[in-house]
Design a protein around this ligand. Structure first.
Ligand code: CO
Length: 135
């Protein structure tokens, strides 16, 4: 079951410039910066009530985020839903004919297990499922 929107992922060219905007212009506080090697990104998290913003900066031209920015420019990259059972949620999506980017969850930022559904099967929104534990 999906329990809430966990975070919104936003692709940025420069984490420092992105953080400066969210801190200085919007007055949010950057809680932490974390590299996710498997995705070749550096991330910055901001809390806004229950929802977080996740800024994503590519650390290599091979990063999925680098490719996204090359194609679309900076901007909203994905919406992440917290789920109480990620395996079940993935199976449910697969059974309904949704194209999965990841068949099995992997370790994402913030100590979460995550997996993505392909935007071609989700009406254009890259959709992340993540475990609801918030460490
Ligand atoms: Co995410």
């Amino acid at each position: 079951m999906l329990t809430r929107i966990d975070h919104i992922g936003i692709a940025v060219r420069s984490l420092e410039e992105g953080i400066a905007f969210y801190e200085k212009t919007l007055g949010l506080h950057c809680e932490k910066i974390e590299a996710v090697e498997s995705q070749q990104v550096r991330t910055a998290f901001f809390a806004l009530g229950e929802v977080h913003l996740e800024l994503l900066e590519p650390t290599s031209p091979e990063s999925p985020i680098a490719k996204f920015i090359e194609k679309n420019g900076e901007g909203v990259h994905h919406i992440a839903y917290a789920t109480d059972n990620i395996e079940k949620q993935l199976q449910q999506a697969k059974d309904s004919g949704t194209r999965l980017i990841h068949e099995t969850p992997f370790a994402g930022a913030n100590n979460k297990l995550v997996a993505f559904l392909h935007p071609k099967s989700t009406h254009g929104v890259l959709t992340e499922l993540c475990t609801s534990e918030n460490h």
